[in-house]
Design a protein around this ligand. Sequence first.
Ligand SMILES: Nc1ncnc2c1ncn2[C@@H]1O[C@H](COP(=O)(O)OP(=O)(O)OP(=O)(O)O)[C@@H](O)[C@H]1O
Length: 261
Amino acid sequence: MSLLSLDKVVKTFGGLTAVNRVSFSVDAGAVVGLIGPNGAGKTTVFNLITGNYTPDTGDIFFEGRSVKGKKPHKIVEMGIARTFQSIRLFQNMPVVENVLAGCHCRMGAGIFASMVRTPGQRREEKEALETARQVLEFVGLWDYAGLPASSLSYGKQRLLEIARALASFPRIIILDEPAGGMNDQETAELLRLIREISRKGITVLLIEHDMGLVMRACEKLVVIEYGTKIAEGSPEDIKNNPRVIEAYLGSDEDTGGEDPC
Ligand SMILES: Nc1ncnc2c1ncn2[C@@H]1O[C@H](COP(=O)(O)OP(=O)(O)OP(=O)(O)O)[C@@H](O)[C@H]1O
């Protein structure tokens, strides 16, 4: 059953159609990759799913409910969490505090409770801390919990973003170029982590330029070019799809003119 589905979604910026009638679905429990050359519209698709943008036309459904017009924090509450292409952490704050920021959407106590620290508030804080510990252990960063985020390597900062997203207990996690800036060892570790996330029953949708990672991690790929979906299928199908090869060969910036796969 599909957890997330896009139905003929369109997004324009002035005269530019960044996303052009894109439809695809993501099954519950799947790891799906959204790929395409630079500027194809991938991040815009993510921004549409997560409520950072609203589709001009078309619709997006999560668990059968439209997310169109909902604010990003409401969409997080529905069970969709994301990371960003450019790292967005509170650099001067400790690692653990960055994760606690991700727990916030599940904390129900209001402003009054925060001021007087009611027992309910204290319980929520304790639970949030426990969640932060669990997700940091899960991504291998618990040992760094007290250090400022800025002290982490670039690759570890990306893991911290994933931990923060996981702290909202998502049903789907949307990763925008998680391997960007990672070395080979970190990328291998990331692949292991994506598989672990999937094993926990969390659906994964990812944009990634590292084709080795995409091919190993994903069971389905959706390919877009100039905002339009040009192919969809298993990594093996996509690898051999002439239309996809052509799209990538035309984009030296991405592949150095080499086959994407
Ligand atoms: N807020 C915006 N205002 C105007 N144009 C935008 C905006 N966001 C994206 N675009 C344009 O929409 C197109 C798609 O951009 P997008 O960032 O979605 O591509 P992408 O596939 O994620 O690229 P990359 O792989 O380089 O990150 C580009 O031409 C981009 O310049």
